[in-house]
Design a protein around this ligand. Structure first.
Ligand SMILES: N[C@@H](CCC(=O)N[C@@H](CS)C(=O)NCC(=O)O)C(=O)O
Length: 208
């Protein structure tokens, strides 16, 4: 059994989607980040960084904690032998696009959301900087997907990592800057393809 500590956010959704995809039994422990539950001592024992998602693998003696969404995807893929090739060119591609999301697409859209919607002071330079970089990254992914079905040869953790941020980011940016995310047909096609997967729908539904 896996204990899953998460919330209904793009990073949080990756973990529940992954658990549904690989078919491991898990128990959900919702963390209300608006109430600050990620800062409690008991949660920080699982993730010292105080952020969701995190898991504890109860099948490992003493419990194995894993935090950081990318690390969780890799851990569960390696535990089950699913969605991450064990070697070769395709493994490198899957890891490269997974890290690309964790270090780029997610933080850029997240910072744009913060400066445009949450910051007490509107700083045009910051808003434009993060919007332009988010849009640039969405175009990079769109271009990559023009001649392929999934991000790597087959559906993988790279698709899960990027899907929650690309789908959420497109909607979020469209709500105020629709002109910036026109002409991303390959990305839209792939978002629909991933959205249609039953495990993705279950992984999202369980957090609502
Ligand atoms: N690099 C981390 C980022 C995790 C993250 O930023 N989680 C957000 C929700 S999407 C969170 O816990 N926010 C609450 C907070 O910052 O206090 C990962 O990929 O897991």
């Amino acid at each position: 059994m896996i204990d899953l500590y998460t919330a209904n956010t793009p990073n949080g959704q990756k973990a529940s989607i992954m658990l549904e995809e690989v078919g491991l039994p898990y128990q959900l422990f919702p963390i209300d980040i608006a109430k600050g539950e990620q800062h409690t001592a008991s949660f920080r024992a699982i993730n010292p960084n105080g952020k969701i998602p995190a898991i504890v693998d109860r099948e490992v003696e003493g419990g194995q904690r894993v935090f950081e969404s990318g690390a969780i995807l890799i851990y569960l893929a390696e535990k089950t032998g699913k969605l991450l090739p064990t070697q070769g060119r395709d493994r490198s591609e899957v890891l490269a696009w997974t890290f690309w999301q964790v270090g780029g697409l997610g933080p850029m859209i997240g910072q744009w959301g913060h400066f445009s919607h949450a910051a007490p002071e509107k700083i045009p330079y910051a808003i434009n900087r993060y919007l332009d970089e988010s849009v640039r990254l969405l175009n990079v992914l769109n271009q990559h997907l023009t001649d392929r079905e999934f991000i790597a040869d087959n559906y993988s953790i790279a698709d899960i990592a990027n899907y929650t941020w690309a789908a959420g980011g497109l909607n979020f940016i469209r709500s105020s800057d629709a002109d910036k995310v026109e002409n991303l047909a390959a990305l839209e096609r792939w978002v629909k393809l991933v959205s249609d997967r039953p495990a993705v729908q279950k992984g999202l539904a369980i957090l609502k």
